[in-house]
Every structure is written in structure tokens, then in C-alpha cells.
Ligand binder design. Structure first.
Ligand SMILES: *Cc1c(COP(=O)(O)O)cnc(C)c1O
Length: 221
């Protein structure tokens, strides 16, 4: 594996203060370990059945981020060790994460996934659903989760201005929500946006966390 890109991106991100989550889905243990040995400790996976054996085989101090669509019946499998669940898009899922976190005597960091793209296929809460969720009373009962911020994916398009508009939109939702629901709660601070093709735009729009796969590991087969 070529670590040159990793080093360049690592330095680039250091200047912005944003966290790098290396998206290792479909990548081998050897490739992940190479990046780990170069200093990368946060990795993202989007399938539970792929994450579990990787977690078993790799160093214990890796911070695993779940970045895909998580089914409620699979939460218990990752609850003992997951560092952050990005892409939470329902109250039902939050409640199950809370229940499983409690069973493991821990608290689990979550990001709420907001739908900002113009594509039909992406998961996530609409703005309306997001405000409904945050305004409801059910959330207050959840003592074993921390909602640490928002996550979003822009439309997969060549149109950079559209991507920029979508990232700006997520940033403005974040600012509103922080003011209204998380004032004085310093852990609500993450905006996870930006992938290999658009992370520079995301950083310009205030991303605090980027999720990069192919630009680090090479294209997925
Ligand atoms: C695969 C994936 C990424 C990384 O995609 P790249 O284009 O390879 O950087 C980021 N976020 C999510 C949710 C993904 O599924």
C-alpha cells in the first residue's frame, strides 16, 4: 500500500483540525495495519459482518466508526466496542443503541445522519424529522448515548456548486441545532461530511470530520 497520499492528507487535515476517519470497507487486514502503523487509529466500516472479524483481528486501540445503515437487531454486536455510530437516522435506533450501551456499562457516541442530497437512495433524516426527533421528550430518557453532531453525504455529482450548497446547508442546520438543543454541551461538535471526491469542499464548509476511503487505500474492486 502506498502511504504517500495518507501522509499528504494527514498534513492537510492537521492544518484544519479535522478528524480523519479512514474508510476501510472491502480493504484487507494488511492494508488497514499498514495505515495503523503509519499512525492512523480511526477507521470506518459500513457492514457489521465485515467489521466484527476486523475488530477481532486488529489492534484493540483502533477506534471503529460505524458509517453505514445500521439495523437495530445488529446494534448489540458492535455495542461493546464501537467508538462512534455515524448515520443514526431514527429514534428507534437511538433507543436500541442506548439499551445496548447500558448493558455494556458504557456510553456510545452517535451522529445523526441528515439527508442533504438530491438523490433518492441515501439514508438519513429530513430536516423536519430531525427537529421533530430533537424536540421530542423521548430523547431525554436516553442516558447512555451522546449525540455528538451530524453526518451527511452530498449528491454524487460533478457540480461542485451543488455539493458546496449541500455542505453549507448541513453546516447551517448544525449551527441552529447546537443553539437550540445543545447549548452548553461541548460534546455536540462534529460535522462529519466529505468523502474522497469532495472532502476539500467539505472542509471549506466547516467539516470537523471527513470519511475517506479510496483516496487513501486506492479504488475499491
Ligand atoms: C464508502 C463511504 C465513504 C468513503 O468513500 P470514498 O469515496 O472511498 O472516500 C464515506 N462515507 C460513507 C458513508 C461511505 O459508505
Amino acid at each position: 500500500m502506498d502511504l504517500e497520499n495518507y501522509r499528504l492528507i494527514h498534513d492537510e487535515l492537521k492544518r484544519t483540525g479535522a478528524t480523519l476517519v479512514a474508510v476501510s470497507k472491502t480493504k484487507s487486514l494488511g492494508d488497514i495495519l499498514a495505515l495503523y502503523n503509519a499512525g492512523q487509529h480511526a477507521f470506518g466500516e459500513n457492514k457489521v459482518q465485515e467489521l466484527l472479524p476486523k475488530h477481532e483481528a486488529l489492534p484493540r486501540d483502533i477506534q471503529w466508526h460505524f458509517i453505514g445503515h445500521l439495523q437495530t437487531n445488529k446494534v448489540k454486536l458492535i455495542a461493546p466496542f464501537i467508538a462512534m455510530i455515524q448515520g443514526v437516522d431514527s429514534l428507534k435506533l437511538l433507543q436500541e443503541i442506548d439499551r445496548q450501551a447500558a448493558r455494556n456499562n458504557r456510553s456510545i457516541d452517535c451522529l445523526l445522519q441528515v439527508f442533504i442530497a438530491s438523490e433518492e437512495t441515501k439514508f438519513g433524516l429530513s430536516e423536519e424529522e430531525l427537529f421533530e426527533l430533537l424536540g421530542g421528550t423521548e430523547l431525554k430518557a436516553l442516558q447512555n448515548i451522546h449525540i455528538c453532531g451530524l453526518m451527511g453525504m452530498a449528491t454524487n455529482t460533478e457540480d461542485e456548486e451543488q455539493v458546496r450548497r449541500e455542505f453549507r446547508h448541513l453546516h447551517s442546520i448544525f449551527v441552529q441545532i447546537k443553539e437550540r438543543y445543545f447549548a452548553g454541551m461541548p460534546y455536540f461538535k462534529e460535522i462529519s461530511m466529505g468523502m474522497s471526491s469532495d472532502y476539500r469542499i467539505a472542509l471549506q464548509c466547516g467539516a470537523t470530520m471527513v470519511r475517506l476511503g479510496s483516496v487513501l487505500f486506492g479504488p475499491r474492486g
